[in-house]
Design a protein around this ligand. Structure first.
Ligand SMILES: [Zn+2]
Length: 895
């Protein structure tokens, strides 16, 4: 049996869709125009607005399966809330600037604008074929001058408020793409995320945005984001990196220099501090560099060192003074010290005995030298060791816990817990003006300069006498000059004289226009505001409109944007709040109320067990020994490949094309399948063969609709039809089952966003209607009523199947298919069937109020006697024994 069915499965696979599946495809085509427009707005049930937003795509020209997943999630929510009576804002646009378009344009020797426009129209078609209903009248593209005019406006506001500034900075330089990379765009091996080239360090004047000024709010308001996944909040928290600690003052023995300011969270380890390390750009280092050639050479070597390097350079003729012990200790230059951490030039104290990194550094730079300690564990299991053995242990591994007991090396603090010692040491140093408690953040200001063409031009003019001068607002946008063809690497803007040479807006003398463009993360940091007022020509958006609809109610996107995009958006939203561009009564100015991060879609991957090579589909052959027809062997050697699910990529031959899937199974089955396969937040293992289950369900819905509508004597039910009160057992069961599933579906949309549960509830709902139809115990009007509920409730996910079924129903009666079914109370059966037993045999059944027996013996008998069956079986007989219990009424008569 299994053998034959799997053969059949394979043969239908070869021939393409069978007639039943073909029907689903045809229905998708039939209703496409209607469902991509959505349904007409309902009168008189306005519940206010819902802003449902999915992350806008980069216009690559190809909708991939991850896009499909995010838009199906957001479109299902969009349709659900529309049915619930909300005025839903569900926009779509294009994150259109950036390197991929520029590189593609260079390859094709065209302007990136042309390539981008072509891709946008392709992707729009693909979105339509998946029946995504977006508000196209709100469409934006970040590369449109009407949009980037206001990206520039926001930049100028930041500039006016001292939050956009230019400074010389060491940058990550991609020698292949000839551009600056953000730290996040450099991988652990020091390679560019895009070109793969080893990234170089360079000093360059760059534009920064002062996100660090907002670090306290960005950190604090995370606690208000109750509807964000906790892992995302944790990632944001780590990135912002708040630490409560102490700034310590280390004086230096060279009077030319100011004191060193060192930040630490563990001042109690001062007794074991053995050196101070300075960042490469520290003024002391720069000064010494002038006279020590070796240091200069060391610095140039540092460019290529990995981030975790333990290299160091001992500065001769200068020491630092430990503020607590007054001991003089050496100063090193160390690339591991991050520059620009906090306000003061970067210096850190080195405590080899209590910090792993310092330990490694000390071992490498001062090999064989003594390691100091001043803290031991609470339970010191080394007490049996000799002094020599103890010292050997210290030399092997540092004790890094923040909790412990101070040792005799800490003088008056000996025997005290670290927490207590920490406070008293800071107190003592504070009176000497050598320490200060502060909060520090790890987050850096945002480097936004890009030396590329395809981005928003930075609206600044450099004048020799006035410095950087903002382009007057009336001159915005600073347009990207039209270039016929891009064929150079690097920044073409700097080579266009008409663009570069301008008069200073302030003094009128010849000046040069800034040629850097902005990081595309700025374009996407405010697009959700523009959607709300996309045609505004005088400002980015109207304050009142934005204040009415913000924050976004549900934001759906990939977890890969959990840090930077969300952080930058939160920063810009807060900044726009601070200049009164929008109002938030909570005062937090958080842009996204609820965040849904969908998991990655992974493809089925086949690997040759002998060679570890990824196999292509035509190297595999299906075999017929499995129930799902899904087993394969390697064609060349007959072996069974290793099967796994991995991130889709060309090299693994495991990609899936949403268009191919839609044309093979229809849009509705594809949509339901993608939701059904796994919970929204989890990774989705894409297996197209499992879509048959969904296809069968959709066919069932259509068949069920046809059969219920053809019930004999079926009267058209009115729009006001209410669930009757005199329900029989079967009707009670149907009513209660339907209510239970509807409640679960509604909550899955509204509360849990558990869309895989929605699909399984749809299937169960369909099934209870099927069972009721088969048994035939439910009155026809109720069958129709509950069919309507099913058809309306599936609309969010499978809109064209819902339309098709609704059309069949509407041909017989008037009803509103676009209204979300009201969840009614479940009911108990008012009636009960009683068995009337005479001399041990059931003679007839009687349906009565469930409390019938409570009337008492005489009333029960009297009622039964009046029935036609009662007259036949019970009249004129003498009762020997009478029992009534549960649903049994038993007579034993004298013979
Ligand atoms: Zn000037």
């Amino acid at each position: 049996m299994l053998h034959r069915s799997s053969r059949r499965f394979l043969s239908t696979q070869r021939k393409g869709p069978g007639p039943a599946v073909q029907r689903l495809i045809t229905i998708g085509e039939k209703w496409k125009q209607k469902t991509i427009r959505g349904f007409p707005k309902q009168e008189g049930q306005d519940k206010g607005s819902k802003y449902i937003l999915c992350q806008f795509p980069y216009p690559s020209g190809m909708l991939h399966i991850g896009h499909l997943r995010v838009y199906v999630i957001s479109d299902s929510l969009n349709r659900f809330y529309k049915q619930k009576g909300y005025d839903v804002i569900h926009p779509m646009g294009w994150d259109a600037f950036g390197l991929p378009a520029e590189n593609a344009a260079i390859e094709r020797r065209i302007n990136p604008a042309i390539w981008t426009r072509e891709n946008i129209s392709k992707m729009k078609q693909q979105m339509e074929s998946m029946l995504a209903n977006f508000d196209w009248d709100r469409e934006i593209a970040t590369c449109d001058p009407e949009y980037y005019k206001f990206t520039q406006w926001i930049f100028l506001e930041l500039f006016k408020n001292g939050l956009a500034y230019r400074k010389e900075a060491e940058i990550n330089w991609d020698p292949v793409d000839k551009t600056v990379l953000a730290n996040e765009q450099v991988d652990a091996q020091g390679r560019s995320w895009r070109s793969g080239a080893i990234v170089e360090k360079k000093q360059l004047k760059q534009w920064f945005l002062g996100i660090t000024k907002f670090a306290p709010q960005l950190r604090k308001h995370l606690t208000q984001l109750k509807d964000w996944p906790s892992n995302v909040k944790q990632m944001q928290k780590n990135w912002i990196g708040e630490s409560l600690g102490t700034e310590l003052i280390f004086k230096v023995t060279d009077s030319r220099f100011e004191d060193l300011v060192v930040f630490t969270t563990r001042p109690e380890t001062l007794f074991a501090v053995q050196y101070v390390a300075l960042a490469l750009d520290h003024p002391v280092v720069q000064k010494y560099c002038e006279t020590i050639p070796d240091l200069k050479e060391f610095l140039s070597k540092c460019d290529v060192l990995p981030d975790d390097t333990k290299e160091g350079f001992h500065l001769p003729n200068i020491n630092a003074v430990n503020p607590l012990t007054k001991e003089e200790i050496p100063i090193f230059v160390a690339p591991y010290v991050i520059s620009g951490y906090g306000s003061a030039p970067s210096a850190v104290m080195g405590c080899p005995g209590h910090d792993s990194r310092d330990f490694e550094f000390w071992k490498q730079n001062c090999p064989g030298q003594h390691i100091k300690t001043c803290v031991t564990p609470f339970f010191d299991d080394t007490s049996k060791l000799s002094e020599k053995e103890k010292q050997e242990l210290i030399e092997t591994v540092p004790f890094t816990s923040t909790n412990g007991v101070m040792t005799k090396e800490s003088g008056e603090h000996s025997g005290v817990f670290t927490g207590v010692a920490r406070k008293s040491i800071v107190g003592k140093l504070h009176t000497e003006k050598l320490s200060k408690n502060i909060v520090r953040y790890k987050i850096r200001d945002w480097l936004i300069s890009r030396q590329r063409y395809w981005g928003t031009p930075i609206p600044i003019i450099h004048c020799d006498s006035c410095g950087p001068v903002p382009v007057p607002e009336s001159d915005l946008p600073v347009r990207l000059p039209d270039i016929k063809e891009l064929n150079t690497k690097g920044n073409p803007l700097s080579t266009i004289d008409e663009f570069v040479n301008v008069d200073c807006p302030s003094c009128g003398s010849p000046a040069k226009r800034e040629t850097d463009t902005m990081d595309t993360f700025i374009d996407s940091s405010w697009y959700y505001f523009r959607y709300l007022d996309p045609k505004n020509t005088s400002k980015p958006f109207d304050c009142e409109i934005a204040s009415k609809h913000m924050p976004v109610d549900i934001y759906i996107g990939g977890v890969e944007h959990a840090i930077l995009h969300l952080l930058y958006s939160r920063f810009i939203a807060k900044f726009l709040g601070s200049i009164n561009a929008w109002d938030d009564p909570t005062g937090a100015f958080e842009p996204f109320k609820k965040l849904v991060t969908q998991g990655m879609v992974q493809g089925k991957t086949y690997i040759d067990p002998d060679t570890g090579r990824f196999l292509m589909s035509d190297e595999l052959e299906s075999i017929n020994d499995s129930s799902d027809g899904n087993s394969v062997i390697i064609r060349a050697n007959g072996k069974v490949p290793i099967v796994s699910y991995e991130k889709m990529s060309k090299s693994k031959h495991n990609g899936a094309d949403p268009n191919a899937c839609i044309s093979k199974h229809g849009p509705d089955a594809t949509r339901a399948h993608i939701l059904f396969q796994s919970p929204v937040a989890d990774a989705l293992n894409w297996d197209e063969s499992k879509i048959v289950g969904i296809e069968r369900w959709l066919q069932k819905v259509l068949v069920l609709t046809k059969h219920i509508l053809s019930l004999k004597g079926n009267l058209a039910i009115s729009k006001e039809y209410k669930t009757p009160t005199d329900l029989n057992d079967a009707e009670v069961k149907l009513h209660n089952d339907v209510q239970r599933y509807l409640k679960s579906i509604t909550e899955s949309f509204e509360i849990h966003i558990s869309l895989n549960t929605v699909i399984s509830d749809y299937m169960k709902l369909t099934s209870v209607l099927e069972v009721a139809l088969r048994k035939g115990e439910v009155r026809n009007e109720m069958m129709v009523q509950n069919l309507q509920k099913l058809v309306s409730s599936i609309y969010p996910v499978v809109p064209s199947i819902s339309e098709e079924a609704a059309e069949m129903i509407s041909s017989q009666m008037e009803w509103n298919q676009y209204q979300w079914p009201v969840v009614e109370h479940t009911t108990e059966c008012q009636f009960k069937k009683f068995q009337i037993v005479v001399n041990g045999r059931v003679k007839f059944m009687y349906t009565a109020d469930k409390n019938f027996l409570k009337l008492g013996r005489d009333a029960v008998i009297e009622t039964l006697m009046k029935l036609p069956e009662g007259r036949m079986y019970l009249m004129n007989k003498k009762i020997k024994k009478f029992v009534m219990k549960y649903n049994v009424i038993s007579f034993l008569f004298h013979k």
